[in-house]
Structure formats: C-alpha cells, structure tokens
Design a protein around this ligand. Structure first.
Ligand code: HGY
Ligand code: MN
Ligand code: MN
Length: 415
C-alpha cells in the first residue's frame, strides 16, 4: 500500500550532514578528495559510524571494508532492504557523488525514528568501499566482490599508482572487517545518486526513475616506443609512442561519434615514461573508457578500437598491448522496484522521467544478486567528477523523499 503524501525526510538535517562530511578530505576548490582507503576516507567512515550508532543502528564491516549499518525490523527472519552508495570520492570530486545516497539512507532511518515508524524487514544502509576506482581500478570493486564478479584475492592485489595494494591499505587504515563478502542476502537494494549528466535539469524534472544503466569497458593500453632525444633525433628515426597514443585517442573519438546516439568514449588517465619534456616516451599507458546501453554495440566498439589501435601502433613500429581493467554489461533494473519509485514520485507530486544511468554504480552489481533499482536527482549543468559539482537542497530532499517512500513500502511498514 503506497505511503501517504505527508511522509517526508528532514531536508535540513540531510543537507547539514552532507556538508559536515564534506569538511573531511576537502578538495582544493570546494569539492572533496576522500580517495578510497586514505586516512581521510577512514575519518569519514568513523563519522558515518558515529551517526549510524546514534540512530540506533548496529555496524557490520566485511573483508573488503564495506560498511553495513542495520536498523532492526520487527521480523528478524525477514531479509533486509538495503539502501546504499559510496563515501569515497574522486581526487577532484564533488561533495554529492555517492555521499548523497549513503546519507539519504541514514536520513531515512533518522526520519523513521522521529516518526516512530517500524518496518517488518530490517533496513541496512551501505557504504560500498572503492566505488570510484580512481585509486584502485576497477570501479565498484567491493560491490563486484560482493556480487561474485571479482575474487577477494584479485581485489586485495589491485595496486594504486604508488604500487600500494588494496589489501595492505585496507589493513593499514583498520577497516578490514570479518564478514565474508557477499554472505549477506538482500530482499531489495535501492541507490539514490545525483544524475552526473544534464538531462534532468534540461527537462526540468525533479526525479530520475532509473530503468537501466549503460555498460562499460575500461581498456588499459601500454604502448612501447624508444626513448630518444626530442631535439637531435630525426623524424624518420623515431619510434614515437606519444604519437601512437594521440592517434588512438582521436580514433576512440571517431568510433564513439560513429555510434551515436547513445555511445561515449574517451581517455581520462595517461602516463608517460620517463615523462621528461625533451625525451620521446619509451612507454605510454592510458585507459580508454567506452560506454553504451546497447550490449552488442559495446562489444563491437571494443573490438574495433583494439583492432585499429594495433594497426596504428604497428604503422609506427610501436609495441601495443591492452588489458581490460574494468567491465560490466548494460543493466536492467527491477521493474517492480522501478514502478514503486515512479509511484512514490507521483504520490509526492514530484515531476519525474525515466532515465538510463550514464555513470556506473554499485547498484549495477547489486542487481546481479537482488532486485535493485536507482533514483536520481538533477545536478547543475550536469557537472560531476569536478569540484564544482552542485545540487540544490530541494533537489536532494525530493529524491530522498521518494527513496523514503519506496524503501519503507518495500520493507513493509508495521502498525
Ligand atoms: O565510472 C563511473 O561511472 C563511476 O563514477 N565509478
Ligand atoms: Mn558515484
Ligand atoms: Mn563517481
């Protein structure tokens, strides 16, 4: 039975919590730099733990460092309803990516306490470890282990650019829990997230009813040229890995544009060695990120990019190897939960539209092991993964109200 229109979260408390957490691991331009398994990440985790315990929740932590805060239901045998996202950020991230979803989950519990609402199913608020994949690729690493996509050994062995391993860093900050990853079973999973794109704002809709998430490949290329003097080496004697990289990046743009509408491709990370301004690079390592909601198109784009990159490198005498360091197929979210989100937006009188998530989320892996769906709110100019990422308190609260209704309807209000 849909919940009443008057059931709403406390917008000020949600907004204040978001901005109190933002004081931990601040960026250099007003955003956040709370990269996974850093001391700032740990400090943010401790604050979240204190807030959850103050709201009457008990905390569990699994072997990947994912945090699960539980509000008991009236039926201890009932599988919990999970509400989650992530508190780790990009190096130059915004205040809301991930954080909004975790703290909106906490706000639901705080509001249930205020209103004396109990549910039959327990409610668990989740902070997934290493959603961003910025420090340790791939993204959504902990939820991937939880869903059985990655082994724990693989995850522990992932290295950051300084060669530190996930397992060592998790132990160093003291957040390696005992729970077996993936042992928990979910009745349902909800994730509330900023859109990270321009559609909802452009369409003047308050709520994104997320029906799908586009699929992704992260292809890490290693190009091997010959280190040589940039001044005295004649052009015809160069084995130029930098030139090969430039032509491959241009080709990725061409492949993405030839697969419009509904495909993206680009490069966000690149490393030259020895990275000296007057030495032609011996090695260039960079990651190509391609995405589309169409599985066949995604795999065609990958095959074409790998084949054309090999040909570009060969024509320049440059060595070329590629490793897939991140992947998930396009995801279809649970139609029953999607309809519950849509009905909640209607009950509350919020404008809404169906949307496909452009970014990847832990919900993509949760959907492999439980009925799952997402809710989105607009963000200013569609900007995200940028310290200037911005949303309004009204947008944040509207999505949290919809989340509140969908979650407690799924968890079955008692009394
Ligand atoms: O890459 C993504 O889509 C997400 O931000 N990890
Ligand atoms: Mn995110
Ligand atoms: Mn992100």
């Amino acid at each position: 039975m849909p919940t009443g229109q008057n059931l709403r979260i406390n917008p000020d408390r949600l907004w204040d919590s978001i901005h109190e957490l933002a004081l931990i691991g601040p960026g250099i331009a007003g955003g956040s730099n709370r990269q996974t398994l850093t001391d700032a990440d740990s400090e943010g985790r401790h604050l979240f733990q204190r807030w959850c315990e103050a709201a009457g929740m008990s905390l569990g932590v699994d072997q990947m460092g994912t945090m699960f805060a539980t509000l008991p239901g009236t039926d201890p045998e009932a599988l919990p309803v999970y509400v989650g996202s992530h508190l780790d950020t990009q190096p130059t991230g915004g205040r809301y990516d991930g954080v909004l979803g975790v703290l909106a989950g906490l706000e639901i519990v705080r509001s249930m306490n205020d209103l004396g609402i109990r549910t039959r199913h327990p409610i668990v608020v989740v902070n997934w470890a290493n959603e961003e994949g910025a420090r340790f690729a791939p993204a959504m690493l902990a939820s991937g282990v939880f869903a059985g996509v990655h082994s724990l050994d693989y995850a522990y062995g992932r290295k950051d650019p300084d060669g530190k391993s996930y397992g060592d860093e998790l132990a160093r900050i003291g957040w390696r829990g005992d729970e077996t990853v993936g042992a928990r079973k979910m009745h349902a999973y909800f994730e509330y997230h900023i859109e990270q794109g321009p559609i909802l704002e452009a369409e003047a809709r308050q709520i994104g009813v997320v029906t799908h998430c586009q699929g992704l490949w992260w292809l890490e290329f290693t190009l091997t040229g010959r280190e040589a003097h940039t001044g005295s080496t004649p052009m015809n004697l160069r084995v130029n890995a930098g030139l090969a990289m430039a032509r491959i990046v241009e080709m990725v743009q061409t492949v993405a544009m030839e697969n419009q509408p509904g495909a993206v491709g680009g490069v966000g990370q690149m490393k030259f060695a020895p990275n000296s301004r007057n030495v032609l690079p011996g090695t260039v390592v960079f990651t190509v990120d391609i995405r589309t909601p169409d599985l066949a198109k995604l795999d065609r784009m990958r095959a074409r990019i790998e084949a054309e990159a090999a040909a570009i490198a060969a024509a320049l005498g440059v060595g070329c190897s590629v490793e897939a360091v991140g992947h998930f197929d396009p995801v279809t979210f649970d139609p029953v939960l999607v309809e519950r989100v849509r009905r909640a937006a209607e009950t509350l009188g919020y404008s809404h539209m169906n949307i496909i998530s452009g970014a990847g989320h832990d919900a993509c892996w949760a959907a492999k092991v439980a009925p799952a769906t997402m809710i989105m709110c607009p963000c200013v100019g569609g900007l995200s993964h940028n310290e200037a990422e911005e949303i309004s308190k009204e947008w944040a609260a509207a999505g949290a109200d919809v989340l509140f209704h969908a979650v407690i309807e799924t968890a079955e209000i008692v009394g």
